[in-house]
Each structure stands twice: as structure tokens, then as C-alpha cells.
Design a protein around this ligand. Structure first.
Ligand SMILES: [Zn+2]
Length: 361
């Protein structure tokens, strides 16, 4: 009897050691992967892991709440604690690890946190005299504070290289390596993309890079432009508008640099254009100076005192990998130039400055 009981106890003991080891291993795996992904975790070795949100925003309760809800939609059940349960600034999501989790479970949870952390969502263009639509947007909050850089594409929805470039940035940028925030709009002109219509939004036949700052009471293009001005331009410090050569265009890659006459701002946007890396640069001196009649997306940011520019690579429908790469690397270079990442940047040494015949974009 005694021998039997002892054996049973030893069995339990060794089993419990094994369980404990697995729990410790799971905890280490989760904590280190989450830290690498840029999340702020209360330090320690405990299998109950508090993920904090005050580094992203002083008003962390709504963020923690949205995060917990979005994780549930991803199939990950976590417990959120936010004001008034905990003081403001201490909102957290508590992840409870167990020995029953496999490595695949842990990796899936980290992937869900990373996905939700990139805040893939939509900007709602409300219905008005014609239909509304959802414009895709991704927000990537870096692990450290820094500037807000907006990158937009697809004002002309059949300029595919630019659309793919921003899609690729959404996947490629690691928040852990970023200081500041990226606002990424891969496809402004969804109706053009869906119907393969070059140059204009087929809903109202307007060029989606000519009606800024927009009008909440106008047609779809006016309302979409207004939403972008309010939700993107007003919230960013810089903007890069990417284009990709429309279905009937055959372009070599180049940038547009707008001269405002404000020397300090022009120097900053000029440095951004040179960091981007395209050596042919069209100098725009005749863009509107009035922020209420800014027309172009880039010019809407520029007339609001935000150093910005436009770049274009791609052509006539088929996607050339080199064009996508040039746009992706250009944005990563500007991020390096703005000290949003540690990426070393070599600005263009011998740019070719071009006076425009027709100020396009
Ligand atoms: Zn375009």
C-alpha cells in the first residue's frame, strides 16, 4: 500500500515538474515574442502577462478595450482591465498562459496581437447625393514616440504598383523598430480599382487627386477627400502620396517636389524627396497656396505646413516588381531620414530637377 502510494506521488511529482517546465517555456516564448513585436509588458516571469497601453496614448482605456474586443474577433480570449477598474495610464490586457498551450497557440496569439496592433480598418466615406464606401486604412503605432507619417496610394485605382507598395508596407513594417506612427492608405479610389477605371472615380467622374480639401456635402470624390483631410492630413506631420502610372501611361519613376516659398518647410520636403531615392524630380512651383483650395492630396498637407511630396513608379497595368520595390524602399528611406527607424539613408547625390510642363500627379 505504502509503496503504491509513494509511486503514485512520484508520478504526480514528475508530471507536475513537466507541466511547470512547459508553463515556464510558454511564458518565456510569449513574453519575448511580444516584446520583439513592440508591446510593453510588465517585466517578470509570471504566466499571467499584463500588456500595457500607456506608451501608445495617454488615454489608454479605449485603446485597451478596442484591443481586447478585436483579439476576441481573432479567436484569442484575453481579459482587458481599464478605467475605472484600474487607474488611467494603467490599462492592460491580461494574458493567462497555461502548460496546455502549444508553441503554435502562442505564436498564433502573438500574430493576433501584431495584426490588431496594426489596426487594419476602414475610413468611412458616408453616403450623400451618391453612395458611400469604405476606404481601407492601416495604422501602425511604433514602440516609441515620433512623427506621424501618412502614406497614401490608389487615388487612381488602376495604378497598381503604388497600391501594392502600400499593401507591402503594411506587412513589412515592424512596430518594434518604429518611432512614431504610420498611417497607411493603400487604396483611396476603391470604385476605380473595382471597375478598372483609369484617372477618375467612376461614381462621379472626378479625378481623386484634384478635389481637396474636399466637401462633406459634395459628390463621392468630394466627401472622400474631406474624410482624408480630416482623418489623415490633420493627424499627420508628413505625407507621401504614391502613384503608379495609369493604364494609358508609360512613365519612368520620378518624384514631385512642391516649392511653397517657406524656406524652412521647403528644405525639409526637399530632404525627404532626396532621401526617397528617385533621381528625377519635377519641381512644382505653381500649386495652389490656399489650404482651402489645395486641389492635390500632397498639396493639402503642404499648404497646412506639413513637409510632404508625391512619388510615382509603375506603368500601364502590369506590375513590375522593380517599381513596387522602388516605392517601398523609398518610404522606408524617408522613415530612416525622419529618424522613425535606424535605417541608414543615402540621399540622391545628383538629382535631375525638372520644370513641369503639366503639373500632374
Ligand atoms: Zn496617379
Amino acid at each position: 500500500m505504502v509503496a503504491g502510494a509513494t509511486l503514485r506521488a512520484l508520478e504526480l511529482l514528475s508530471a507536475s515538474t513537466e507541466l511547470r517546465d512547459r508553463l515556464e517555456k510558454n511564458t518565456r516564448r510569449f513574453r519575448s515574442a511580444m516584446t520583439a513585436a513592440g508591446f510593453e509588458i510588465r517585466p517578470g516571469v509570471h504566466p499571467i502577462v499584463p500588456i500595457m497601453f500607456s506608451a501608445f496614448t495617454p488615454d489608454d482605456a479605449p485603446l485597451a478595450q478596442r484591443f481586447a474586443r478585436a483579439l476576441l474577433e481573432e479567436g484569442i480570449y484575453v481579459k482587458g482591465f481599464f478605467f475605472p477598474v484600474v487607474p488611467r495610464g494603467l490599462s492592460r490586457i491580461r494574458v493567462q498562459l497555461s502548460a496546455a498551450h502549444t508553441e503554435a497557440h502562442i505564436d498564433r496569439a502573438v500574430a493576433a496581437f501584431t495584426k490588431v496592433g496594426k489596426a487594419l480598418g476602414v475610413l468611412k466615406v458616408p453616403a450623400g447625393s451618391d453612395a458611400g464606401y469604405d476606404m481601407p486604412v492601416a495604422v501602425i503605432h511604433g514602440a516609441r514616440p515620433g512623427p506621424v507619417l501618412a502614406v497614401a496610394a490608389g487615388a487612381h485605382g488602376s495604378e497598381y504598383a503604388s497600391v501594392l507598395a502600400v499593401e507591402r508596407l503594411i506587412d513589412a513594417v515592424n512596430p518594434a523598430e518604429v518611432s512614431g506612427t504610420l498611417l497607411l492608405l493603400p487604396l483611396i479610389n476603391v470604385p476605380s480599382f473595382e471597375t478598372i477605371t483609369p484617372h477618375v472615380n467612376p461614381t462621379d467622374n472626378k479625378n481623386m487627386n484634384r478635389f481637396y480639401p474636399g466637401d462633406p456635402n459634395g459628390t463621392q470624390t468630394d466627401r472622400a477627400s474631406f474624410v482624408i483631410t480630416k482623418e489623415v492630413i490633420d493627424r499627420c506631420d508628413h505625407l507621401i502620396d504614391l502613384h503608379g502610372g495609369d493604364l494609358d501611361e508609360n512613365l519612368r519613376p520620378y518624384s514631385y517636389w512642391t516649392v511653397t516659398g517657406n524656406q524652412k518647410q521647403d528644405e525639409r520636403s526637399r530632404a525627404m524627396v532626396l532621401a526617397f531615392g528617385l533621381d528625377h524630380i519635377i519641381v512644382s512651383t505653381d500649386r495652389p497656396k490656399d489650404p482651402n483650395a489645395s486641389r492635390y492630396l500632397e498639396n493639402t498637407a503642404t499648404t497646412r505646413g506639413k513637409p510632404s511630396f508625391t512619388a510615382e513608379a509603375g506603368r500601364s497595368g502590369p506590375v513590375n516588381e522593380a517599381d513596387v520595390t522602388v516605392l517601398v524602399n523609398g518610404v522606408l528611406n524617408v522613415m530612416g531620414h525622419l529618424k522613425m527607424t535606424a535605417r541608414p539613408v543615402t540621399p540622391v547625390k545628383n538629382p535631375i530637377w525638372i520644370d513641369p510642363i503639366d503639373p500632374g500627379g
